[in-house]
Design a protein around this ligand. Structure first.
Ligand SMILES: C[S@@+](CC[C@H](N)C(=O)[O-])C[C@H]1O[C@@H](n2cnc3c(N)ncnc32)[C@H](O)[C@@H]1O
Length: 345
């Protein structure tokens, strides 16, 4: 059933004209692997053709109109009132540490950064929910440097960043000292117990979890443990990486930890690496959850074709979740959890 929906979405997207692979990703509600499987079937059946790097319908289809608002990138959130914060943030993050590709197609520590205006959009939305003013905020992993954007609003009481990458820890601490921000970063690996004094100390958390089962559970458990009763939290989650069954698993896990999901903002944040290294991005995703996914893609032999027309717009996006505790948190993991958390076992 789900594949039938993806098929319809592909055909609708192509009905307004030929599209690159990257435009198709933006047109469907599917993981990369589901899209690749669907395209394989449509190409084999001759319903869709791949010519000069773009996909097109063999015969004209049902007309489909773009419905997303252009002014807010379809997010429903304006950053107009945050222009000064935006400018200051862009100034402060100059010379920031950037994600690097490590072994295979993998980005070191699963890093990948959000565009600057999208970081401010997150901050604006958090403020509108009453989660910045006089709040104590914990950020679990911060390659986006949202802690600096939050600090630049001057609204939060205290911000603590826990982060594995020393380059990011040092960068944040340097900015914090230079600007006199109530902000501190500490080197921390999410597989370890949370540091002394963090438990139950924060009103709000922000994180972009690793999206493997153990990765997600650990990031969200540590964040839950750090919250005061009735605290709130924000995190990004992708559809390009995950099938809906995985979203369902994560949502159940959040409910079990005593959270309620108050908001899911669809495709709220866009990532730069999808544009700069699109094929590496695709292969990184396909190799994370099941090795057969990458093999399937490579067997299709469409890589050389789809790369002919590079992405003009971001295609790697995440939805922004807001959750709130109903009383006290019940974190699943509180102890040390060793092992690989970046690749699904
Ligand atoms: C997991 S990455 C995700 C990046 C990207 N913004 C996203 O949404 O896909 C977010 C942050 O967590 C950090 N991180 C990765 N592994 C970690 C670990 N084991 N412990 C603590 N932080 C970690 C990364 O360095 C990065 O700053």
């Amino acid at each position: 059933m789900e594949m039938d929906r993806v098929r319809k979405q592909v055909l609708m997207t192509l009905s307004s004209g030929r599209k690159s692979f990257w435009e198709l990703i933006n047109g469907v509600d599917a993981s990369i692997f589901e899209l690749v499987k669907c395209l394989d079937a449509l190409l084999s059946a001759g319903v869709v053709k791949l010519k000069n790097g773009t996909f097109e319908l063999a015969r004209p289809g049902v007309f489909f109109a773009e419905v997303r608002c252009k002014y807010c990138k379809g997010t429903g959130t304006s950053i107009k009132g945050f222009e000064d914060v935006y400018k200051k943030y862009c100034e402060l993050v100059k010379g920031r540490p950037l994600p690097v590709i490590g072994s295979g197609y993998k980005y070191e520590y699963d890093q990948g950064i959000i565009f600057e205006d999208d970081v401010i959009r997150r901050v604006a939305f958090m403020h509108a929910r009453g989660d910045l003013n006089s709040s104590e905020i914990i950020v679990m992993g911060d390659d986006d440097l949202i802690s600096i954007a939050i600090a630049a609003t001057g609204l939060a009481k205290r911000i603590l960043v826990l982060e594995i990458d020393e380059r990011i820890v040092d960068f944040i601490n340097k900015v914090a000292v230079a600007e006199g921000f109530p902000l501190e970063a500490i080197k921390y690996d999410v597989r370890e117990k949370i540091p002394e004094g963090v438990r139950g100390g924060f009103d709000v958390f922000v994180t972009d979890p690793i999206e493997t089962v153990v990765g997600f559970e650990l990031f969200l458990s540590r964040c839950a443990e750090a919250l005061k009763p009735n605290g709130a939290g924000y995190f990004g989650l992708t559809r390009v990486e995950l099938p809906l069954s995985r979203w369902q698993l994560f949502e159940k896990f959040l409910l079990d930890m005593n959270f309620v999901i108050t908001d899911i903002l669809r495709d709220f944040s866009s990532y730069a690496h999808g544009i700069e290294n699109p094929l590496e991005g695709i292969k990184d995703i396909l190799s994370t959850y099941d090795r057969k996914h990458l093999e399937f893609f490579e067997k299709m032999r469409i890589e050389q074709q789809i790369i002919k027309v590079g992405p003009k717009e971001p295609w790697y996006k995440s939805s922004f979740f807001r959750v709130e505790l109903v009383g006290e948190a019940r974190p699943k993991h509180t102890g040390r959890v060793p092992g690989d958390i970046y690749v699904e076992v």
